[in-house]
Ligand binder design. Structure first.
Ligand code: 6PG
Length: 260
């Protein structure tokens, strides 16, 4: 794993998706142990899509799963499609199949959206209320996820914050139902202020199809794309594989270490 720094951003480049997944699992476990030791709990926001599936499956393996304090770990979702939980499109179903069904995490520690397939606006309000109660937030406060995992779409979207969508302008809500014109459907998503209040935001991006957009997001300015608007109060790390990183001009970044 090669590590570079660009301002407050750390960029970790794995030789392939397998190395990327293992190093990300190392980071997940080490953060879990630190957070539970220091605060008694580990609050995680999972991302959807296909990239994180192998990461979730690895966390379910004893090699990693046995190191995670599941009884103090709470799983939320950064975004969800407005489909039933048993739909193949569901981010919740993907995480249940790959991870949650295979580890001893208490049911009450798993916090999916509810009713998103019936009434997205009501589901967003209900999910927001659950986050407010979990983090004991006052008016105007935002959750501080310990580990907020994000993906990046080829159009530069992240979570379900798509270019040109209304949710990008939201500055007071924590969760909204965002109409995504390109899919002609609503998605439930954390808002920018909610994501940017996280202690650790981690992008996981892999594959040649992300190469061009990753170069735009990391090297071009001013920040206008959703993935460029992620600027957390805490740490921001990119975990990318060489296929996605191939277009980057690494001379722009300061090498921190070139791991084996
Ligand atoms: C979703 C995700 C979304 C995803 C990107 C990348 O609900 O689809 O949360 O933001 O992370 O679209 O998806 P892939 O990993 O499948 O490329």
């Amino acid at each position: 794993m090669e590590t570079f720094r660009l301002d407050k951003v750390t960029i970790n480049i794995g030789k392939d998706k397998d190395e990327l997944t293992h190093r990300l699992a190392d980071r997940f476990v080490s953060l879990a142990q630190d957070c539970v030791k220091n605060s008694g709990r580990y609050a995680v926001a999972l991302s959807g899509g296909s990239t994180p599936k192998a990461f979730y499956a690895l966390l379910a393996e004893p090699e990693y799963g046995n190191q995670v304090p599941w009884k103090a770990t709470h799983l939320f979702w950064g975004d969800e499609r407005c489909v039933a939980h048993d739909s193949p499109e569901s981010n919740y179903k993907m995480a249940v199949d790959a991870l949650i069904s295979k580890v001893p995490i208490p049911a009450e520690n798993v916090h999916p959206t509810h009713g998103q397939d019936q009434d997205p606006v009501a589901a967003a309000l209900k999910y927001e209320k659950e986050i407010v109660e979990f983090f004991k937030l006052g008016a105007g406060e935002f959750p501080a996820f310990d580990f907020n995992l994000l993906g990046m779409g080829p159009d530069g979207h992240t979570a379900s914050l798509f270019p040109g969508s209304a949710a990008l302008e939201e500055r007071s809500r924590i969760v909204v139902a965002n109409f995504v014109a390109k899919f002609n459907t609503y998605r439930i998503t954390l808002t920018l202020p909610a994501i940017n209040n996280s202690k650790n935001v981690i992008f996981m991006v892999a594959g040649q199809d992300k190469q061009e957009m990753l170069k735009t997001v990391l090297e071009s300015g001013p920040p206008v794309l959703p993935s460029q608007l992620i600027a957390p109060a805490g740490k921001l790390d990119w975990y990318i594989d060489r296929a996605a990183a191939a277009g980057l001009d690494l001379h722009l970044f300061s090498p921190v270490s070139s791991g084996v």
